[in-house]
Design a protein around this ligand. Structure first.
Ligand code: ADP
Ligand code: ADP
Ligand code: ZN
Length: 213
């Protein structure tokens, strides 16, 4: 099962991906997480990506395409995977198609999580993330049991630098301009599976599972 999770920042891709990992046993591949790990470790890649991420812009296509090309070669991807936050441009989607077709593979389903814009700002500014395991929380909609600490691993929860109001506004614009065209792209390929992303986290999970059949 090779999946793409599509949706604006704050739609719930990461939240649902973590639940899907447990159900289906396939890895979540998040370009955002990979970039943040590189940032934390001060790699050349991380240093290069930082200014784009801080501004709420997309990191250049060739950088993220290179990350994905490599990651998909790993053993744990051979039985399927979930791409979370990739592709984000038509050029990335085309590059992905090329990489996969050269390996006699392809994407099976694109889960498009639909959430109206006016819901996203509150979701993003209230998001908290575990420093150690990456689990996501929300101060109001999905709080951890003990404030500031991860339920899963006890790690410290932090607020992402780019989850402030100004950067969120640019990320939403970038989404509309550069990522939204992918809805059409995958619709034309017959791969698009729209899912209503409003409601309880568990309800949305059930919708995704029923769409996947
Ligand atoms: P994405 O990966 O698409 O940017 P996340 O999964 O990180 O989105 O979710 C963004 C924020 O919204 C997080 O704080 C998360 O806890 C919260 N969230 C996720 N799903 C829902 C939901 N159905 N209702 C309310 N808040 C949600
Ligand atoms: P969100 O979960 O809110 O959608 P991500 O963690 O996926 O955010 O991405 C954070 C930032 O990392 C993006 O704003 C962008 O700068 C960079 N990034 C992540 N994935 C990509 C991608 N596929 N192409 C370009 N930039 C990316
Ligand atoms: Zn944790």
């Amino acid at each position: 099962m090779n999946l793409v999770l599509l949706g604006p920042p704050g739609a719930g891709k990461g939240t649902q991906a973590k639940m899907l990992v447990e159900k289906y046993g396939i890895p979540q591949i998040s370009t955002g997480d990979i970039l943040r790990t590189n940032l934390k470790e001060q790699t050349e890649l991380g240093i290069k990506a930082k200014k784009f991420m801080d501004a709420g812009d997309l990191v250049p296509d060739e950088v993220v395409i290179g990350i994905i090309d490599n990651r998909l070669k790993a053993d744990d991807c051979q039985a399927g995977y979930m791409l979370d936050g990739f592709p984000r441009t038509v050029a990335q989607a085309e590059a992905l198609d090329k990489i996969l077709s050269e390996r006699n593979s392809g994407i099976d389903d694109v889960i498009s999580i639909e959430v109206p814009n006016d819901e996203l700002l509150g979701r993003l500014t209230g998001r908290r993330t575990c420093r150690d395991c990456g689990q996501g929380y929300h101060v109001i909609f999905d709080p951890s049991q003990k404030e500031g600490a991860c339920d899963k691993c006890g790690g410290e929860l932090y607020q992402r630098d780019d989850d402030n109001e100004a950067t969120v506004a640019s990320r939403l614009e970038v989404y509309t301009e550069q990522t939204q065209p992918l809805i059409d792209y995958y619709q034309k390929k017959g791969l698009l599976r729209p899912v209503n992303g409003l409601g309880k986290i568990q309800e949305i999970f059930d919708r995704i599972v029923s769409v996947l059949g």
